[in-house]
Write a protein that binds this ligand. Structure first.
Ligand code: IPE
Ligand code: IPE
Ligand code: MG
Length: 235
């Protein structure tokens, strides 16, 4: 990550985070996976704030995938209690300080207490004009695309085009996803925003998510600024 163009920092409009490595961060320290998730939530707080301060318009955060239901019941239970707490406390603060909060994913399968907490913050932040905090919860990109196509078919349309699909995704109305960042060293998207990331820059960092901080975000912005986005064209 060289700083040759440091004075020409490009700020992405929309950044996606695949927060990965909470479990490994914890086991490295002899802690429980729950401790890892708790520390991951702390990292998230500082990253969202830093994104807002740097003028990023939207941030999408992968918090729980459709495939994460295959984890042990106790971990799932803990994750939803953490997410509910996070909604009641942190997301409430976001709403109060002008951020907007939205969710992507099938929320109907979540515990009722989580659904209620989510609904409250989404409603409370509706009229705000700050950074959009989009939390992908019980989210899967393939499921999202299938849902979009079915919505279109149900309206009686027999042939779909790209715009129709775009308009039926959870992210309709958000700026294009400029960059996807994944922590923990894994180099895959794990069903995160496959449609939206068609031309996103992909940045993989070796750190585990709980170690992600403001300085890591700045390294990523620098790396993003040095990428040459061509969208199929030539310079
Ligand atoms: C990411 O950390 C959090 C969620 C997927 C909910 P992990 O729990 O996947 O941590 P690792 O990958 O096992 O280290
Ligand atoms: C991706 O992480 C999902 C979230 C960050 C919520 P996983 O840990 O579930 O992904 P895999 O299993 O390593 O692909
Ligand atoms: Mg993982």
């Amino acid at each position: 990550m060289k700083d040759k163009k440091e004075n020409m920092l490009k700020i992405p409009s929309h950044i996606g985070f695949i927060m990965d490595g909470n479990g490994r961060w914890a086991s490295q320290r002899g802690l429980s996976r729950s401790d890892g998730h708790r520390q991951g939530a702390e990292a998230l707080k500082s990253v969202v704030k830093a994104c807002s301060q740097r003028g990023i318009k939207a941030v999408s955060i992968y918090a729980f995938s459709c495939e994460n239901w295959s984890r042990p019941q106790a971990e799932i239970k803990f994750l939803f209690s953490l997410i509910t707490q996070f909604a009641k406390k942190e997301l409430k603060k976001y709403a109060d300080c002008g951020y907007r909060v939205m969710f992507s994913g099938d929320l109907s399968q979540l515990p009722k207490t989580t659904q209620n907490a989510i609904k409250k913050v989404v409603d409370a932040s509706k009229g705000n004009d700050g950074i959009m905090v989009n939390i992908a919860l019980n989210y899967g990109s393939r499921q999202e695309i299938v849902k979009a196509v079915n919505t279109i078919l149900q309206s009686g349309i027999r042939e779909v085009d790209e715009q129709m699909i775009e308009d039926c995704l959870y992210t309709a109305g958000l700026p294009p996803l400029d960059v996807v960042v994944r922590s923990s060293g894994e180099k895959r998207l794990s069903n995160f925003m496959l449609w939206q990331s068609a031309y996103s820059e992909l940045i993989f960092i070796d750190k585990y998510w709980p170690d992600f901080d403001e300085a890591t975000l700045d390294e990523i912005l620098l790396e993003y600024s040095n990428r040459d986005r061509r969208f199929g064209g030539i310079k």
